[in-house]
Ligand binder design. Structure first.
Ligand code: C5P
Length: 229
């Protein structure tokens, strides 16, 4: 089986996280540790997960001046994650410095535009209503600055592939396996199903709440894996 799912461990309960990792580790490509887990449990918690499954996407979405990001990444590389993230809107210098001293074991992904932003918000904050135009620009900047991959919405896979080709790794959140998600309350605005995203050319899918909040996460992941084979 070609494993393509990265499960986002967005949890403030380490016991639950460890249980999920033990249960799902043979079914998934990796686990994603983001703000909630990392700021609750820190490097100690990271290592507990790493010791069960060493394939970790450490998603801290760095966004600061180039020197600060470069030094932050230097510390992140010591943890050996397979992926980590920076915001492309941090600028050219920040992206260039980020890849400069990379140990090559960690792939740095550029975050294009958060999948929670709709047209109103991108117009307000980026002066551009058309998300596709923004994402295209950001993807190009990331390629020029030598990033190896991108995080993007499933609805933008097509235009990004046309823009940057097939070599860049596309890691795609904003995935909703069924109609229970999105609900009106869901903060993800631009979503597709796992199969739709894979068919469009995503390399890996990031899925959080639909798996970790489901009654039976193992059954849920098995269903998703089946749907994309
Ligand atoms: O629970 P859900 O499936 O919405 O989780 C999606 C994960 O992907 C979250 O951990 C979120 O931080 C992350 N993400 C995102 N949009 C981006 C980049 C990352 O939703 N553009």
């Amino acid at each position: 089986m070609n494993k393509k799912i990265i499960v986002a461990l967005d949890l403030d309960n380490i016991k639950k996280a460890i249980k999920i990792v033990n249960e799902l580790k043979n079914e998934v490509y990796a686990f994603k540790i983001g703000h909630e887990f990392f700021y609750n449990f820190g490097i100690k918690g990271y290592k507990e997960i790493y010791n069960i499954c060493p394939k970790i996407f450490l998603d801290l979405k760095l966004h600061d001046i180039p020197n600060t990001v470069q030094k932050g990444l230097k510390a992140i590389f010591k943890l050996n994650p397979i992926f980590t993230t920076i915001h492309i809107c941090g600028g050219d210098e920040m992206q260039k410095l980020s890849v400069l001293k990379n140990n090559k074991k960690t792939i740095i992904l550029g975050v294009t535009v958060l999948t929670s932003l709709d047209e109103k918000q991108t117009l307000k904050y980026y002066k551009e209503k058309n998300v596709n135009i923004l994402v295209k620009k950001f993807a190009n900047y990331a390629k020029k600055n030598n990033l190896s991959g991108l995080v993007c919405s499933p609805l933008e896979i097509n235009i990004i592939r046309k823009e940057v080709g097939t070599k860049m790794i596309l890691v795609v959140p904003g995935i909703r396996p069924n109609k229970k998600f999105p609900s009106k309350k869901d903060d993800q605005k631009r979503t597709l199903t796992p199969k739709e995203a894979i068919d469009l050319g995503a390399d890996f899918l990031v899925i959080g709440r639909p798996i970790v909040e489901s009654i039976n996460p193992l059954e849920t992941i098995k269903k998703i894996n089946k749907s994309i084979q």
